[in-house]
Design a protein around this ligand. Structure first.
Ligand SMILES: NC(=O)c1ccc[n+]([C@@H]2O[C@H](COP(=O)([O-])OP(=O)(O)OC[C@H]3O[C@@H](n4cnc5c(N)ncnc54)[C@H](OP(=O)(O)O)[C@@H]3O)[C@@H](O)[C@H]2O)c1
Length: 291
């Protein structure tokens, strides 16, 4: 049987690199990893040329503008990459009969809820980044209703820039740090998300009916504040740094963040049988890799 091809955009990012690492265990697929230099996803002709050369059966869009604070002053660029380019990829996927999997964010919500957000809950982003990602979701589903969108939250890995790596570094360098204690969410180890995405593709490959388009939520299990997250990082790295809990009001940032952005994962679990790991177990695995 001919191997099915999976094209991964933005392959130099956290999720892209985790997918690359995982690819060696999935010999039933042929992976095509394209970085921002290989394929700038906002460039319609280049996107069409890539699909024309590779003819993939699946496309996982890991390309994104993810600088949440910078987006407040780079609105056009954030919307071009997260909004417009997602629309381009979605429609080119439709043209080439390729299944499109797009990654979105908990920041499409305003964080005023007190119970986990379901996929059908009202969105109301409170930042440019969140609004640009929401536009991407809308364009994906409008131009290619067969798309699968996976919203995730607080993504970290051994790669790139993220909260865990920043904390590990700061805790080694400083004797005391302040961390926000009034924003709650669920961390997501990018390796777990990568595995969930490939598991969905693998599950659906035997029958077209198994592919259920729409929006899904994915994160690790459990709810925590950034302070609680930092405290566990301290525990796992065995550092002596003092961590002070502070309110968001004492840590002003250009972009507003949702105070509560826990995602309800029932739909992805029930539709595709995806296993969700506890956030502490996954964090411990990642810290071992960082060390
Ligand atoms: N990080 C989080 O906490 C978080 C939370 C929720 C959801 N998400 C979503 O999860 C997904 C993966 O995030 P991540 O943390 O892996 O992101 P990341 O590490 O920032 O990687 C994004 C990648 O996209 C590439 N890229 C940027 N503009 C591009 C363009 N025009 N064309 C092609 N590639 C481009 C970047 O390349 P360069 O580095 O060369 O620019 C980078 O390699 C994103 O959709 C993000 O919005 C992330």
């Amino acid at each position: 049987m001919k191997k099915q091809k999976i094209l991964v955009t933005g392959s130099g990012g956290q999720l892209g690199q985790e997918l690359k690492k995982l690819a060696v265990s999935y010999s039933q697929f042929e992976f095509i990893f394209l970085s921002s230099a290989d394929l700038p996803v906002h460039h319609v002709e280049k996107v069409k040329n890539s699909f024309g050369s590779y003819h993939p059966q699946y496309c996982i869009n890991c390309a994104a503008y993810t600088a949440v604070d910078k987006a407040e002053s780079e609105q056009d660029l954030a919307f071009r990459v997260n909004g417009e380019a997602t629309g381009i990829l979605a429609s080119v996927c439709k043209e080439y009969n390729c299944r499109f999997i797009h990654i979105s964010t908990d920041y499409v919500f305003d964080g005023t809820a007190s119970v986990p957000y379901k996929e059908s809950d009202l969105t109301n982003p409170c930042s440019v980044y969140g609004a640009s990602k929401l536009e991407g979701e809308e364009k994906a589903l409008r131009f290619n209703p067969e798309s699968i969108i996976i919203r995730t939250s607080w993504l970290y890995s051994e790669y790139g820039k993220n909260f865990v790596k920043t904390m590990v570094k700061l805790m080694r360098e400083r004797s005391e740090i302040n961390v926000v204690n009034d924003q709650y969410g669920s961390p997501t180890y990018a390796a777990d998300l990568a595995e969930a995405i490939i598991a969905i593709i693998d599950y659906c490959r035997s029958s077209d009916e198994k592919w259920k388009p729409g929006i899904y939520h994915f994160s690790n299990e459990g709810v925590i504040s950034w302070f609680g997250f930092a405290s566990t990082i301290k525990e796992l790295t065995k550092t002596n740094c003092k961590i002070n809990p502070i309110p968001t009001s004492q840590y002003p940032t250009p972009a507003k963040r949702p105070a509560y952005s826990v995602l309800d994962k029932t739909k992805i679990r029930e539709t595709f049988g995806i296993r969700l790991r506890d956030w502490k177990e996954s964090l411990s695995d990642c810290i071992k890799k960082i060390n």
